[in-house]
Design a protein around this ligand. Structure first.
Ligand code: BGC
Length: 412
């Protein structure tokens, strides 16, 4: 059991916030605060307000998942749980479920036939604990992308790169033109996330799975990973000059042409779309950094803390069902830049980047997401380490590699 949970906290978390009969004001907590994220979550709110008697009370928390998740957990443990909250697919909620704090959604899932429509089935598996279903997955996102602004490369007089190596070769020309090659936000999850993408692309699938899935510290210490750490050292230099915190501020630096590229999950696409940029014309996307044709299948799911008021519970279940409604899935995911979790809906005509993503998923070129493989504690330790490296120029790739391997050695 980690530091979040203690006996007294669990007991008080079962205290209730009652809603008025028949029409519940349901607070929904999430960290979707960029322009495209806010637009997407509004689709959920509209559907809940229009199609049920209840009211969506928006509980957005700025600053990303690492800021939001501890706030959500302390609300739950402090006896003031929200009606629903967003976590990533995977292991983030496992201790809350084990502690009996989450509402069992198995009846909703059975009634709505989730097992027949959720695709890939691993998304429903990630919500299942001892045969019961505790979350509603809402989308598929992947981390494994680099986004590039065509105009910046044109301005620097070089071709738009097609993989990591050719990207690094453009860096001197970009610098010469006053453009920062790579935009990386200051929050630790962005640095650790970018490293994870580079590790899969440059160390290869086998090594990445050995480290993240099998927790093989010798592979983390080995030559394949050494390549990824060296490249991450180069990335640190290439990112010098953009100093922003949030991921979408870094995306905006690319959109504005202040920086040329960003390694970020495909939620970045929502921001390019909002800026009216066209994939394949104004910006390019390289899944697997152009080096490896693989995506991870991560994304978001909603969990519902147990409440003792049956009206609240009924509203929670109505929301859970609605999140997977075919129309709601299309409305939300079209704005979010993610893929629906239902195999039986399509988004209409999708852009070049989403097509590439869909093709990779259809071909089965998929690895599990980091949030499915690593515990929150391990991820936090890696975040801390990678941000220390990022902000300490005297720390070498060799130093960080050894410390990374030690964390993997301890990981469960
Ligand atoms: C979530 C995305 C979100 C991104 C940035 C990820 O953890 O899965 O839905 O857009 O964080 O906020």
């Amino acid at each position: 059991m980690n530091r979040w949970l203690s006996g007294t906290a669990i007991a008080s978390a079962l205290a209730v916030t009652a809603g008025s009969a028949g029409a519940v004001e349901l607070e929904v907590m999430h960290w979707w605060t960029s322009g495209s994220e806010a637009g997407a979550v509004q689709e959920f709110a509209n559907a809940f307000n229009d199609r049920t008697d209840n009211t969506w009370v928006d509980g957005a928390i700025a600053g990303g998942g690492d800021v939001a998740r501890p706030v959500m957990v302390s609300r739950i443990l402090g006896g003031d749980p929200p009606g629903a909250f967003q976590f990533n697919h995977g292991r983030q909620a496992e201790e809350l479920i084990e502690a009996g704090l989450m509402l069992d959604l198995t009846d909703v899932a059975e009634e709505q036939g989730w097992a027949d429509v959720i695709n890939p089935p691993s998304l429903l598996d990630a919500c299942t604990y001892e045969g019961r279903i505790y979350c509603a997955p809402v989308n598929i996102h992947s981390w494994q992308w680099m986004w590039l602004n065509d105009a910046t490369f044109e301005e620097a007089g070089v071709e738009v790169p097609t993989n990591w190596e050719s990207f690094t070769e453009t860096a001197p020309a970009l610098r010469e033109a006053g453009i920062v090659p790579l935009a990386v936000g200051g929050q630790p999850w962005q640095q650790n996330g970018a490293f994870g993408v580079m590790a899969l692309a440059l160390a290869g699938e086998e090594a990445w799975l050995a480290v993240n899935q099998d927790k093989d510290a010798e592979v983390a210490r080995g030559e394949d990973y050494a390549r990824a750490f060296q490249a991450f050292g180069e990335a640190r230099e290439m990112a010098d000059g953009v100093s922003v915190q949030d991921w979408n501020q870094a995306t905006n630096a690319v959109i504005q042409g202040e920086a040329a590229a960003q390694i970020m999950g495909d939620w970045a696409q929502g921001e390019f779309a909002m800026a009216d940029m066209v994939a394949g014309e104004d910006y390019e996307c390289l899944p697997g950094l152009g080096d490896i044709a693989i995506l991870d299948a991560g994304g978001d799911a909603f969990y519902f803390p147990q409440q003792s008021d049956p009206e609240v519970e009924a509203a929670q279940k109505e929301l859970a069902a609605l999140l997977l409604d075919p129309e709601v899935q299309v409305a939300f995911n079209s704005v979010k830049g993610s893929l629906p979790v239902r195999g039986d809906v399509d988004l209409g005509s999708v852009n070049e980047c989403t097509q590439k993503g869909l093709q990779l998923l259809a071909d089965g070129n998929v690895v599990p997401s980091g949030t499915a493989l690593l515990s929150p504690d391990t991820t936090n330790s890696l975040n801390d380490l990678m941000t220390e490296f990022w902000n300490t120029p005297s720390m070498t790739p060799e130093d960080v590699q050894e410390q990374y391997a030690q964390i993997i050695e301890q990981a469960d």
